[in-house]
Design a protein around this ligand. Structure first.
Ligand code: MN
Length: 129
Protein backbone atom coordinates (compact mmCIF):
# COMPACT_ATOMS: atom_id res chain seq x y z
CA UNK A 1 0.00 0.00 0.00
CA UNK A 2 1.07 3.50 -0.75
CA UNK A 3 -0.64 6.24 1.23
CA UNK A 4 -0.14 9.86 0.16
CA UNK A 5 -1.63 12.25 2.73
CA UNK A 6 -3.38 15.27 1.19
CA UNK A 7 -0.66 17.52 2.59
CA UNK A 8 1.98 15.62 0.60
CA UNK A 9 0.27 15.67 -2.78
CA UNK A 10 2.32 17.90 -5.04
CA UNK A 11 -0.08 20.32 -6.72
CA UNK A 12 1.50 22.34 -9.49
CA UNK A 13 0.23 25.14 -11.70
CA UNK A 14 -0.73 24.10 -15.22
CA UNK A 15 1.27 25.64 -18.09
CA UNK A 16 -0.12 28.88 -19.56
CA UNK A 17 0.58 27.62 -23.06
CA UNK A 18 -2.31 25.11 -22.91
CA UNK A 19 -4.73 26.85 -20.52
CA UNK A 20 -6.52 30.16 -19.98
CA UNK A 21 -6.68 31.39 -16.39
CA UNK A 22 -5.33 29.69 -13.29
CA UNK A 23 -5.36 25.89 -13.21
CA UNK A 24 -3.63 23.44 -10.86
CA UNK A 25 -2.80 19.74 -11.28
CA UNK A 26 -2.57 17.20 -8.48
CA UNK A 27 -1.01 13.98 -9.77
CA UNK A 28 -2.81 10.89 -8.45
CA UNK A 29 -0.88 8.32 -10.52
CA UNK A 30 2.51 7.77 -8.99
CA UNK A 31 4.58 6.91 -12.04
CA UNK A 32 4.52 7.72 -15.75
CA UNK A 33 4.72 4.07 -16.79
CA UNK A 34 1.42 3.11 -15.19
CA UNK A 35 -1.39 2.58 -17.69
CA UNK A 36 -3.77 4.96 -15.89
CA UNK A 37 -3.04 8.68 -15.78
CA UNK A 38 -5.18 10.09 -12.96
CA UNK A 39 -5.09 13.78 -12.08
CA UNK A 40 -7.00 16.11 -9.81
CA UNK A 41 -7.50 19.35 -11.74
CA UNK A 42 -8.62 22.61 -10.09
CA UNK A 43 -9.79 25.50 -12.29
CA UNK A 44 -10.17 29.06 -11.03
CA UNK A 45 -13.27 31.03 -12.09
CA UNK A 46 -13.54 31.17 -15.93
CA UNK A 47 -10.33 29.17 -16.31
CA UNK A 48 -10.35 26.49 -19.00
CA UNK A 49 -8.22 24.19 -21.09
CA UNK A 50 -7.38 24.98 -24.71
CA UNK A 51 -9.06 22.89 -27.43
CA UNK A 52 -7.64 19.35 -27.32
CA UNK A 53 -8.38 15.66 -27.60
CA UNK A 54 -7.19 12.43 -26.00
CA UNK A 55 -5.94 9.48 -28.07
CA UNK A 56 -7.83 6.91 -25.96
CA UNK A 57 -10.56 9.21 -24.65
CA UNK A 58 -11.03 10.69 -21.19
CA UNK A 59 -13.29 10.31 -18.19
CA UNK A 60 -13.93 13.45 -16.14
CA UNK A 61 -15.50 13.17 -12.69
CA UNK A 62 -16.57 16.48 -11.21
CA UNK A 63 -15.74 16.72 -7.51
CA UNK A 64 -16.76 20.28 -6.64
CA UNK A 65 -17.86 23.64 -8.01
CA UNK A 66 -19.52 24.42 -11.33
CA UNK A 67 -18.08 23.99 -14.79
CA UNK A 68 -18.70 23.51 -18.45
CA UNK A 69 -17.55 21.19 -21.21
CA UNK A 70 -17.89 21.87 -24.92
CA UNK A 71 -17.19 19.83 -28.05
CA UNK A 72 -16.19 21.14 -31.47
CA UNK A 73 -19.73 20.66 -32.84
CA UNK A 74 -20.89 23.30 -30.32
CA UNK A 75 -22.56 20.97 -27.82
CA UNK A 76 -22.05 22.46 -24.36
CA UNK A 77 -22.94 21.00 -20.97
CA UNK A 78 -22.96 22.57 -17.53
CA UNK A 79 -21.48 20.21 -14.97
CA UNK A 80 -21.51 19.95 -11.19
CA UNK A 81 -20.42 17.62 -8.38
CA UNK A 82 -20.88 13.93 -9.17
CA UNK A 83 -21.27 14.46 -12.91
CA UNK A 84 -19.28 12.24 -15.26
CA UNK A 85 -18.26 13.29 -18.78
CA UNK A 86 -16.78 10.76 -21.19
CA UNK A 87 -14.97 12.04 -24.28
CA UNK A 88 -14.38 9.38 -26.93
CA UNK A 89 -10.92 8.97 -28.51
CA UNK A 90 -9.95 11.91 -30.69
CA UNK A 91 -13.01 14.08 -29.97
CA UNK A 92 -12.01 17.75 -29.76
CA UNK A 93 -13.23 19.49 -26.62
CA UNK A 94 -12.38 21.79 -23.75
CA UNK A 95 -13.34 21.84 -20.07
CA UNK A 96 -13.24 24.48 -17.40
CA UNK A 97 -14.90 26.33 -14.55
CA UNK A 98 -18.04 28.47 -14.72
CA UNK A 99 -17.48 32.25 -14.74
CA UNK A 100 -17.98 32.73 -10.99
CA UNK A 101 -16.99 29.39 -9.56
CA UNK A 102 -13.99 27.20 -8.98
CA UNK A 103 -14.35 23.68 -10.36
CA UNK A 104 -12.41 20.55 -9.52
CA UNK A 105 -12.57 17.36 -11.52
CA UNK A 106 -10.66 14.13 -11.70
CA UNK A 107 -9.21 13.36 -15.13
CA UNK A 108 -8.73 9.70 -16.01
CA UNK A 109 -6.92 8.79 -19.21
CA UNK A 110 -4.89 5.94 -20.67
CA UNK A 111 -2.67 5.92 -23.74
CA UNK A 112 -0.56 8.79 -24.99
CA UNK A 113 -0.40 12.44 -24.11
CA UNK A 114 -3.13 15.00 -24.64
CA UNK A 115 -3.20 16.24 -28.22
CA UNK A 116 -3.33 20.05 -28.13
CA UNK A 117 -4.71 21.81 -31.19
CA UNK A 118 -2.86 25.04 -30.39
CA UNK A 119 -6.17 26.93 -30.25
CA UNK A 120 -7.27 28.86 -27.16
CA UNK A 121 -10.95 28.87 -26.19
CA UNK A 122 -12.06 32.39 -27.08
CA UNK A 123 -14.26 34.40 -24.72
CA UNK A 124 -17.00 34.03 -27.33
CA UNK A 125 -16.72 30.22 -27.37
CA UNK A 126 -16.53 30.18 -23.58
CA UNK A 127 -19.59 32.42 -23.32
CA UNK A 128 -21.76 29.93 -25.22
CA UNK A 129 -21.73 27.71 -22.14
MN1 MN B 1 -9.94 16.70 -22.03
Amino acid sequence: MEHTPASSLEWGEAPEENFTGRVWFGPLSQADDRPLNALGVLFGPAARTDWHSHPEGQVLYVVSGAGRVQTADGETVEVGPGDVVHSPPGEEHWHGAAPRSYMMHLSLTTGGDTEWTGRKVSDEEYGQG
